[in-house]
Ligand binder design. Structure first.
Ligand code: ADP
Length: 235
């Protein structure tokens, strides 16, 4: 589904954020992207959604070059991808229902579709009883559920989650992970950048470890090991 071929990203002033990355992610996979701050995780995700272009290399999404995509195709391409952030990024002056509906309305979805899909997705994330609440009336975990509902309401084939549990306590984080796991089981590919060792070790999914822009480990059903930590401390 996603392929990186010898991808290097160098920002201005010679900062090499990613160096010679080769990686394939198959449809339906759940991939943890781990590594210390500055390792290149956000850059990796920004390249996939074409927010940045690589300095060298090739990037494919569903067999098509992301780089050769025409500018006018980019918005359509991004619709296939849902994104969830650490800080939720909900609209504070809109209710739960309106926040989720907004994602559909932005795609010019008909009213009938909005009325049908929003309650469905809110039920899936366990928040159907809170549809009239405003974000500030919700707990952190509930806000993240709304953000996830908003990210999946368009039925994306890929969900990118950037530290989605970074602001949540361990129990709430586990609930969010259960939800992401369910979404993955329904067929959505998930890439999740995280620092949370406990979660990575519990879930036993594919783990790609980045350090200073390079992949230092890529294992199926892996964990975030002390060795990775040593690597991080030593190099
Ligand atoms: P992570 O998400 O793992 O913390 P990033 O991808 O944000 O890592 O950053 C990788 C490296 O690239 C860091 O050295 C960071 O300072 C640098 N970097 C990230 N974004 C930019 C940018 N827009 N301009 C210049 N350097 C950047």
């Amino acid at each position: 589904m996603i392929q990186f071929f010898n991808v290097t990203k160098e920002y201005d002033k010679g900062v090499i954020a990613l160096e010679d990355i080769n990686l394939s992610i198959n449809k339906g996979e759940f991939v943890f992207l781990v590594g210390p701050s500055g390792a290149g995780k956000s850059t990796f995700n920004r390249l996939i959604i074409r927010e940045e272009l690589p300095t060298q290399g090739q990037l494919m999404y569903e067999g098509k070059s992301i780089l050769r995509m025409k500018k006018r195709e980019v918005p359509y391409f991004r619709r296939k991808i849902g994104i969830v952030f650490q800080d939720f990024r909900l609209l504070s002056d809109r209710t739960v229902y309106e926040n989720v509906a907004f994602a559909l309305e932005a795609m010019a979805a008909p009213v009938s579709e909005v009325k049908y899909k929003v309650p469905q997705v809110l039920e899936m994330v366990g928040l159907d009883h809170k549809h009239d609440a405003f974000p500030q009336e919700l707990s952190g975990g509930e806000q993240q559920r709304v953000a996830i509902a908003r990210a999946i309401v368009n039925n994306p084939s890929l969900l990118i989650a950037d530290e989605p549990t970074g602001n949540l306590d361990p129990d709430t984080s586990l609930e969010i992970m259960k939800l992401l796991n369910n979404i993955n089981k329904r067929g959505t590919t998930i890439i999740m950048a995280t620092h949370d060792k406990d979660i990575v070790n519990r879930m036993r999914k594919r783990v790609v470890v980045l350090n200073k822009g390079k992949i230092i480990r890529d294992v199926e059903k892996g964990g975030y090991t002390d060795e990775d930590q040593c690597h991080t401390l030593l190099f």
